[in-house]
Design a protein around this ligand. Structure first.
Ligand SMILES: N[C@@H](CCC(=O)N[C@@H](CS)C(=O)NCC(=O)O)C(=O)O
Length: 217
């Protein structure tokens, strides 16, 4: 059955891979599932047709036959449950990999999003300069903990999993801030994720949409 995901017609980041369809593309590339993409404009995302797929009028969505999903955590775990490659077979290791997926979305991503909002949406407010260091420190507190747990391992819990895919995706949102570079093992972890052939294919595919040029190779 054909898998169709939705992505921005024009991503606000111009193709840096920060739009969340990249996570879903990456998961599909990791497990070797071909997919199609329906591009949506900001206007179309708020129309009833798209809102029937995504109640919050966002991207990405995932369609396969009668199944329609939204939320990248749900989508990536659905892909991981049904295909080999993103979750270990051992039940305990599998549960831990799922836990890391939630940790990425529920514990690490929120302060990172807060920082993005502080920079992009509140930059012109008189109190922004005072608030920004506090928001940055909340991000650092999480990265410090994550860095300690990762130590000198390649991935969070044994082999690369959906948990790493989500954690690297979340950390990539911080790249332009330079904060991950304060934690060399996390910077190396993110680089390892970006070096995976599946990530490269996902990144190239979303970039091609935003530049209008087909992916190289
Ligand atoms: N928690 C959601 C967040 C989805 C989300 O924020 N999508 C962004 C693009 S990365 C979006 O559609 N933004 C436009 C909007 O909210 O109107 C997920 O992980 O899927």
């Amino acid at each position: 059955m054909t898998i169709t995901i939705t992505a921005f017609e024009r991503s606000p980041d111009g193709g840096k891979g920060l739009a969340r369809d990249t996570r879903v593309r990456w998961a599909l590339e990791e497990v070797g599932q071909p997919y199609e993409v329906r591009l949506v404009s900001f206007g179309a995302m708020k129309e009833p047709t798209h809102q029937a797929r995504h109640p919050f009028g966002q991207i990405p969505t995932y369609e396969e036959g009668d199944l329609v999903l939204f939320e990248t955590g749900g989508i990536v775990l659905y892909i991981a449950e049904r295909n080999a490659g993103l979750l270990p077979d051992d039940p305990n290791a599998r549960a831990r990999a799922i836990t890391w997926t939630f940790a990425a979305l529920n514990t690490v991503e929120p302060p990172i999003l807060e920082l993005g909002n502080a920079r992009l949406l509140e930059g012109d407010k008189p109190w922004c300069k005072e608030r920004l260091p506090m928001v940055e420190d909340r991000v650092r507190a999480r990265l410090e903990q994550l860095s300690r747990r990762l130590g000198d391992a390649d991935w969070l819990d044994g082999a690369f999993s959906a948990g790493d895919l989500m954690m690297v995706s979340v950390l990539l949102r911080l790249k332009s801030s330079g904060i991950p570079d304060e934690y060399p093992n996390l910077a190396a972890y993110v680089a390892r994720g970006e070096a995976r052939p599946a990530y490269k294919r996902a990144f190239a595919a979303q970039l091609a949409i935003n530049t209008g040029k087909p992916p190289a190779g």
